[in-house]
Write a protein that binds this ligand. Structure first.
Ligand code: ADP
Ligand code: MG
Length: 697
């Protein structure tokens, strides 16, 4: 079958629903999806039945509510459709109630103290807007129903609930602004996201032989081979055949699920790749990004590969992130971030961009922490990914327009001019309104903003509920003014000018990787939160609590619970990594070094016994023994620091202890170990090296 004909066959999407549901039910479900009415049990009953029939025809035996607890992973509990009858046979059942609501035991998921273990009740509630789908693992086919996960009193225990709430908030406030501007047609404003997913592939044989990779997803030791990424020969290079076969299978699976996987290419680091789907509504795109991550991991195994989603699997080459392309659009097709041909005259566009400028500047720490995780600490602020300082790239032309309006100077012509390529046979290319700037953490890219700090392994829910909420807050302030204004045009201009004067400092079009920018940003008063542990506490601060509660994205209790969860997760991760580093050093690397040192000293004895000199061997032996002593000492201190941090009771103090003493000791231990790797013969080193991991495929 041509692949476009199998597109979406494993999703219970719009076309399947139109085909299989009675017209009236389909219409009512559409209204529910658009937030115009509430779902009734009668509708759920019919939909459940249609879903069950569809899934069973496709070979499904089970269904599951699928949710996104605070572990950062997804969770599922499978129930079979089987229902035994009194006469010893079985019928297949799936009720409206089972579709609407599930009740997993919530006590084993992190709640940050929101609930005690004995209060086990948690509920999963069907997210009507995200299509159910069929998943296949081996022979088992399961109907998967995307859901939100809440506690007994409705407290959010997952990543989806706040995202859905934030979408509501930004819809409400953006609509107020649009109404004030005279728009009476648009009924909804939706936030859209297109996440570009970076990942590494590694041969599963090598993966299995590295305790650090298989238990923590990243290497804690590893010396760089003579070649790294300096030749710039991997980015956009020819995709290796084995990887190509893997990508083909990934695409086939995703397309069948109706996930519009669109682009794929080699990334900057060796054995690093990227996949990007076409953008969609935030919550659906978030669900789909989870499915993309799971599919990459699953399909890699079919090809003898392992997919690494960690932000920094290897030191010395680029890490992975996600570019979160974000925009707001109305249900009748107006992209509010689209400048049009003459952005200088497009007041609506300037107003919405102003809202983003204000929101990103005012709430920079919140955006920064929305992209914080243990893995990203190796990237943000280190010299590769965007810096830890939040700034916006607008491009010269747009910056000039804002500057011109703010200072009352005439705005230069905004029509994108044609680029001359100097070769007659090549077409003249229209120049984009903005050039690319790869170093900016938050870049305007034509008709959307690209938030580039987002960690590769994490759900994109956090960055998006944060973006939606901070922008909703500023839009609400704009709406307050516009609703009272006598002269709307004058009021919009006033807001644009004020915003530029007050928040123009967040705009930076230069190279974000330089030391000068760090200094310049400090002068401008922009925060530089270089680690997760520094960033997270801002979540619990007054400003944050005020806006998240005001827009009903979180309660104060939910915020504090979440803060404890991320801090505890950080501590646990560093604890595991440190444990691995200690074990690898003491149980694999140092014993191998001792064996080699013994061999070496036997060689020295026998050579000298024969009356010859072997100064270089003696020297090497000496060097190895010193490094071994050194490493053993540091490993001991690392283990002691780990035990001490583990005993710390308060989450923030504990996370700090892990960062300042445990993580620091791990870094110190790495130096002698990596040096030892270079001194031992390749076959004496007890695990695959960076050369195997990065260059063999
Ligand atoms: P690149 O950043 O490599 O230039 P693209 O321009 O193709 O890549 O877009 C990257 C992602 O942005 C894709 O997922 C694309 O669908 C998404 N995207 C495009 N337009 C929008 C938009 N208006 N809102 C959100 N995402 C968008
Ligand atoms: Mg991009």
């Amino acid at each position: 079958m041509p692949f476009n004909e199998t597109y979406g066959i494993n999703a219970f999407g719009d076309s399947v629903m139109r085909d299989r549901l009675p017209k009236a039910i389909y219409k009512e479900l559409k209204s529910v999806q658009e937030g115009e009415c509430e779902l009734t049990m009668a509708v759920a009953e019919v939909v459940a039945n249609a879903m069950k029939d569809w899934a069973i025809e496709k070979g499904a035996t089970h269904y599951t509510h699928w949710f996104q607890p605070m572990t950062g992973l997804t969770a599922e509990k499978h129930d079979s459709f089987i229902s035994p009858t009194a006469d010893g046979r079985a019928i297949l059942e799936f009720s409206g109630k089972e579709l609407l609501q599930g009740e997993p035991d919530a006590s084993s998921f992190p709640s940050g103290g929101l609930r005690a273990t004995f209060e086990a009740r948690g509920y999963t509630a069907w997210d009507v807007t995200s299509p159910a789908y069929l998943s296949q693992d081996g022979n088992c086919k399961t109907l998967v129903i995307p859901t939100a996960f809440v506690g007994y009193h409705g407290e959010a225990l997952d990543k989806k609930t706040p995202l859905l709430r934030s979408m509501q908030a930004v819809n409400d406030q953006a609509l107020r602004v649009l109404r004030a501007l005279g728009n009476t047609n648009s009924r909804r404003v939706v936030s859209s996201v297109g996440p570009e997913q970076e990942y590494f592939l590694v041969d599963e044989r090598y993966f299995a032989e590295r305790q650090d990779l298989s238990l923590a997803g990243r290497t804690v030791f590893g010396a760089m081979p003579p070649k790294g990424q300096e030749m710039e020969d991997h980015y956009f290079g020819k995709i290796p055949e084995r990887v190509s076969a893997f990508m083909t299978e990934v695409n086939e699976e995703l397309w069948k699920l109706g996930i519009p996987s669109k682009t794929q290419h080699n990334e900057v680091a060796p054995n690093q790749f990227e996949l990007a789907p076409i953008y969609g509504i935030s919550n659906v795109a978030t669900d789909q990004n989870y499915i993309v991550m799971m599919t990459l991991k699953k399909v890699a195994r079919h090809h003898g590969l392992v997919c690494l989603l960690h932000e920094k699997p290897y030191r010395g080459v680029n890490g992975s992130g996600k570019h979160n392309n974000w925009s707001l659009a109305t249900d009748d097709g107006i992209n509010l971030m689209n400048p049009g041909k003459t952005p200088g005259e497009n007041l609506q566009f300037l107003l919405f961009v102003s809202a983003v400028l204000d929101a990103v500047d005012t709430y920079a720490p919140l955006l920064r922490l929305s992209a914080a995780n243990t893995g990203n600490d190796h990237r943000l602020g280190a010299n590769e990914a965007p810096p830890a300082i939040i700034s916006i790239f607008l491009g010269e032309q747009l910056s000039d327009i804002f500057e011109g309006i703010a200072t009352g100077k005439p705005v230069p012509s905004q029509e994108g001019h044609k680029l001359e390529l100097g070769v007659n046979t090549l077409p003249k290319l229209p120049q984009d309104l903005t050039d690319r700037n790869r170093t900016s953490p938050f870049a305007f890219t034509g008709n959307k903003f690209e938030f580039r700090m987002v960690p590769s392994s994490e759900s994109i829910a956090g960055p998006n509920f944060t973006l939606n909420t901070v922008v909703a807050e500023v839009l609400s302030q704009f709406a307050d003014r516009l609703e009272k204004a006598k002269d709307i045009t004058a009021c919009v201009k006033e807001i644009v000018v004020e915003t530029w004067k007050k928040h123009g400092r967040v705009v930076f079009n230069g190279n974000g990787y330089t030391e000068e920018w760090v200094k310049e940003a400090a002068k401008r008063g922009l925060p530089n939160l270089t680690s997760s542990v520094e960033a997270w506490p801002y979540f619990g601060k007054e400003d944050s609590v005020r806006i998240f509660t005001r827009h009903k994205v979180f309660t104060k209790e939910e915020i504090h619970a979440r803060l404890d969860i991320v801090l505890e997760k950080y501590s646990k991760q560093i604890n595991i990594e440190a444990g691995i580093a200690y074990e690898m050093a003491m149980r694999q690397i140092l014993p191998a070094c001792a064996d080699y040192a013994a061999d070496l000293s036997a060689q020295v004895q026998s050579i000298e016994g024969a009356g010859a000199k072997c100064e270089s061997l003696r020297k090497r032996l000496g060097e190895i023994l010193v490094l071994m002593e050194d490493a053993t000492g540091i490993a001991g201190r690392l283990e002691a620091a780990r035990q001490k941090a583990k005993a710390e009771g308060e989450p923030l103090a504990q996370a700090k202890a892990y960062r300042d003493s445990v993580f620091a000791a791990m870094e110190t231990l790495r130096a002698p170990i990596d040096r030892l790797e270079k001194l031992l013969p390749k076959d004496a080193w007890p695990m695959p090296t960076y050369e195997d991991l990065l260059f063999k495929m």
